[in-house]
Design a protein around this ligand. Structure first.
Ligand SMILES: Nc1nc2c(ncn2[C@@H]2O[C@H](COP(=O)(O)OP(=O)(O)OP(=O)(O)O)[C@@H](O)[C@H]2O)c(=O)[nH]1
Ligand SMILES: [Mg+2]
Length: 492
């Protein structure tokens, strides 16, 4: 009988056991190496996944509103804690809007009195539909709103500044109510930055808040003190409500072509996509009753809608904990978008991972506040062109937000024609869908022509005050930027 050959000594059973042990050991080592690699990857991801987003676009394009969306998504607790700080700003928005209404009425009364009207068939002058009660309320409000404005500004913060001269003589060519040339409430980014919200376990310490801004205790004290600036609007509240909800006032605003729908605080409510919005327009003025109440406390939507112009550049960080996938950090840079602010942008180009560029489509019929000879959409296109052409941004992804489609939609439904302001629009349908497609193609063509290197065209039609929809978009954008970032550093 042939005996089986002995390899390395021991019985066949012993050899099989030894082989199994070797296999198990090898697997253990391999698992350990895998675990180490995994840990290394996670560590790498932890320490190197910093995604720097630069928010660019002209003034009032919605950059700071996108930032508020980031805060709502990634630093909700801090956002909620700081909501009360916005009360003064919101009231100032209300005061400024109401001042425009009052000035429009006074102007209608003074300049449209029908003195020179010879034609009997001409419609009655606007002044004839104003009653003495309207006039009394206007005069009372003119004084009390001015007072409220000053007191609120002083109360909110000495760091808040106003730009452009407020008092200008009224002439026929340059009407008093000229929303875009009005003074704007602004804030120096570095100062407001002390209020910035951070995610993660540490709450912003109270010492980092602007001491002059009201906090919850302040607000409680304010409720009890009718003389507090935060309550000044409550004293003229009834006059404001009477005027704003009076159909005669709305008629005069419409006839004088006062575009109150574009003022800060506007919100076009929509059930599905904003482009198909049924025009249910609401604004802080519609909410006068609520926001001027003595015990008013802002809700999320109020803060998102509040307008505070940015001066300078502010840098916000959000640490996102993804559990076993590690943490990563969003750094979001919000810049001032007016022309005098744009020279500061370039120093942030080199470090950017991505640019979110906002272009408000609803601005196709508006002039730039800084230069009344320039159409706002034209300015956005030129700005987009220079950003696309920048060599410093050659390797950076761009995400284009064609914003304010809710206002675009409402505007076109109200009868404003795109073709009147954009000749090349020709006889395309005057719908938000057609206009959005037309402008999107224009932006895409510019990107294709002027980018130093080919880059993908990522474009969204947005209404960034719609936080739910914006949340989904930012989630999507974030996921792909994170993926790309991890690929770049070799983690994926
Ligand atoms: N209806 C509507 N309002 C918007 C939208 N996006 C922004 N707004 C409002 O427009 C105003 C201006 O928005 P901001 O985010 O302050 O604009 P910005 O680009 O930061 O402007 P600067 O700080 O001057 O550069 C705010 O009152 C916002 O609530 C939008 O999609 N729809
Ligand atoms: Mg801003």
């Amino acid at each position: 009988m042939l005996s089986s050959p002995k390899r390395g000594g021991g019985s066949a059973a012993e050899r099989a056991a030894k082989a199994r042990k070797q296999e198990a050991d090898a697997k253990l080592v391999s698992d350990q190496i895998d675990a180490m690699l995994e840990e290394e990857k996670n560590n790498l991801a932890k320490h190197r996944s910093v995604i720097r987003i630069l928010l660019l676009g002209q003034s009032e394009s919605g950059k700071s509103t996108v930032l508020k969306n980031f805060q709502l998504m990634y630093a909700r607790d801090a956002f909620v804690r700081d909501r009360d700080n916005w009360r003064g700003v919101i009231l100032l928005n209300v005061v400024r809007c109401m001042q425009r209404v009052v000035e429009a009425l006074i102007q209608a009364d003074e300049h449209d009195s029908g003195d020179e009207q010879a034609d009997e068939d001409a419609p009655p002058p606007l002044s004839s539909i104003l009653t003495d009660s309207h006039r009394r309320k206007c005069m009372r409000l003119r004084a009390s709103l001015d007072l409220s404005e000053k007191a609120l500004k002083a109360r909110i913060s000495p760091s808040l500044t106003s730009h452009l001269p407020r008092s200008r003589p009224s002439t026929a060519e340059q009407p008093l109510v000229d929303p875009e040339a009005e003074t704007e409430l602004a804030v120096q980014a570095h100062t407001w930055n002390t209020l910035r919200l951070e995610s993660g376990p540490k709450a912003p310490s109270s010492s980092r808040r602007l001491s002059a801004l009201p906090n919850v205790e302040d607000l409680q004290a304010a409720s009890a003190n009718p003389k507090d600036p935060l309550n000044l609007t409550a004293t003229c509240r009834q006059d404001m409500l009477d005027l704003w909800f009076d159909p005669v006032v709305k008629e005069i605003l419409a006839k004088r072509k006062v575009r109150w729908q574009e003022w800060p605080g506007l919100y076009v409510r929509c059930s599905t996509s904003p482009i198909h919005a049924s025009d249910h327009i609401t604004s802080f003025l519609n909410d006068l009753d609520r926001v001027t109440a003595q015990n008013y406390r802002p809700i999320d939507d109020d803060v998102v809608r509040a307008r505070l112009k940015t001066m300078g550049v502010s840098d916000y960080s959000f640490v996102i904990d993804q559990g076993p996938r590690g943490t990563y950090m969003w750094r979001v840079l919000d810049v001032g978008g007016s022309r005098t602010q744009r020279h500061q942008w370039m120093q942030y180009f080199e470090d950017a991972s991505a640019v979110i560029f906002l272009a408000p489509l609803s601005a196709f019929d508006q002039k730039l506040a800084e230069d009344r000879s320039v159409n706002r959409l034209e300015d956005s296109l030129l700005l987009w062109k220079s950003v696309c052409a920048s060599k410093l941004l050659a390797n950076v992804d761009f995400i284009l937000f064609l914003n304010k489609v809710d206002i675009l939609s409402a505007k076109l439904r109200s009868g404003v024609r795109v073709q009147k302001y954009v000749k090349s629009y020709r006889d395309r349908p005057n719908t938000a869908e057609a206009a959005a497609k037309y402008f999107k193609d224009k932006f895409q063509a510019i990107q294709r022509e002027y980018s130093p290197k080919k880059r993908p065209f990522y474009c969204y039609l947005t209404s960034v005050i719609d936080t739910k929809a914006t949340n989904a978009i930012l989630d999507n954008v974030g996921e792909s930027l994170l993926r790309k970032n991890l690929q770049t550093i070799g983690v994926l």
